[in-house]
Design a protein around this ligand. Structure first.
Ligand code: MTE
Length: 320
């Protein structure tokens, strides 16, 4: 029998602001006074080793230079992560250091002209890299602003040369319980899987991330390569990707397999469609102490709303 454990976000809304954030905030406010200036001046706290500077040029594009909110301080982001492979809590920065990223490859297979493995190091010299400052909204009703470094997913799709019969991308994270302690928790359907349509993958907003804050990606952010889909709830943005399969059938994702009624395939951000157990109307902006209204498609509707035209039949599933 399968034992289903609920993720941390399976909480009532009243509990959606995690204790660790309050504790961090209280410590900062008590020691330094109030406000963003205080945050900026906060002493460095443990967040795992600081990764090296990003080794390739990655200019900040005008279109994504400003997310309309201040960038979340690196040490707040790096101490507050969802990476269940390393524990079903937020402080995974120590455990995630076990991740071995050297020589990382991604397998491109399924409905492609020819299956192949591509080394991330080779990829980085083959694709146009850029920095994008993007909002990142978790289904748990918190958000951050992150200066990601990466490239458009469409560049990787072009490398894969999918056949016209391919309708979806099925993306997979590594499987290695010897380094990822969380993967010894047998009740989760490892490895982590996520998916999106070929049309979504072709959208310029679909971004493969290989760095952040001017550095190589912190391991806890999903090194050495993860996805970021800023208009969808964060669980769609799969970390530490090892395989992308081009398939005809809609893939079933990790969270969908665990709790399909709550975590669907589309998971587009919508403040008007509540999670079955809490509201999505507002979000806690981590590191600021502010709760702000959530925006439809996380504010990226101009770029992506057309992808979902005429899909009313999907009902609430389009939004959770
Ligand atoms: N990818 C993998 N492989 N494992 C995970 O546990 N968590 C998801 C997503 N990608 C997760 C994952 C969730 S729930 C969120 S909100 C984001 O990663 C968190 O990304 P962050 O830690 O960089 O904020």
């Amino acid at each position: 029998m399968h034992v289903i454990r609920r993720p941390d976000w399976a909480l009532p809304e009243s509990a959606a602001t995690p204790e660790s954030v309050w504790l961090d905030r209280r410590a900062i406010l008590a020691g330094m006074g109030f406000g963003a200036a205080a945050l900026a001046a906060a002493p460095a706290r443990a967040m795992g080793p600081t990764p090296p500077d990003f080794p390739h040029p990655a200019p900040r594009g005008d279109a994504f230079a400003d997310a309309g909110r201040p960038v979340t301080p690196e040490e707040i982001n790096a101490r507050y992560n969802n990476f269940y492979e390393f524990g079903s809590h937020k402080q995974v920065y120590d455990a995630a250091q076990a991740l071995k990223t050297e020589g990382w490859t991604i397998t491109l297979d399924g409905l492609v002209e020819q299956e192949r493995k591509i080394a991330v190091d080779d990829l980085l010299t083959a694709v146009p890299l850029e920095e994008r400052v993007l909002r990142h909204r978790c289904v748990e009703a918190w958000s951050m602003v992150v200066p990601w470094i990466g490239f458009e997913l469409s560049a990787l799709v072009a490398e894969a040369k999918p056949l016209s019969s391919a309708k979806y991308l099925r993306m997979e994270t590594f499987l290695d319980p010897s380094t990822a302690r969380g993967q010894r928790q047998f009740w989760y359907p490892w490895p982590y899987v996520e998916g999106l349509t070929i049309e979504e993958a072709a959208n310029p907003l679909s971004f493969m991330v290989v760095g952040a804050y001017g550095r190589v990606l912190h391991k806890q952010f999903g090194a050495p390569i993860r996805l970021h889909l800023p208009w969808k709830y964060g669980f769609k943005s799969i970390k530490s990707v090892t395989r992308i399969s081009f398939v005809e059938e809609r893939p079933v994702s990790f969270w969908e397999e665990l709790q399909a009624a709550e975590y669907g395939f589309w998971a587009n951000v919508n403040p008007e469609i509540a999670h079955p157990r809490w509201s999505q109307a507002t979000e806690e902006v981590l590191g600021t102490g502010e709760r702000v209204p959530t925006q439809l498609f996380n504010g990226y509707g101009a770029q992506v709303a057309h992808l979902y035209a005429g899909m009313e039949a999907e009902g609430d599933r389009l939004w959770r």
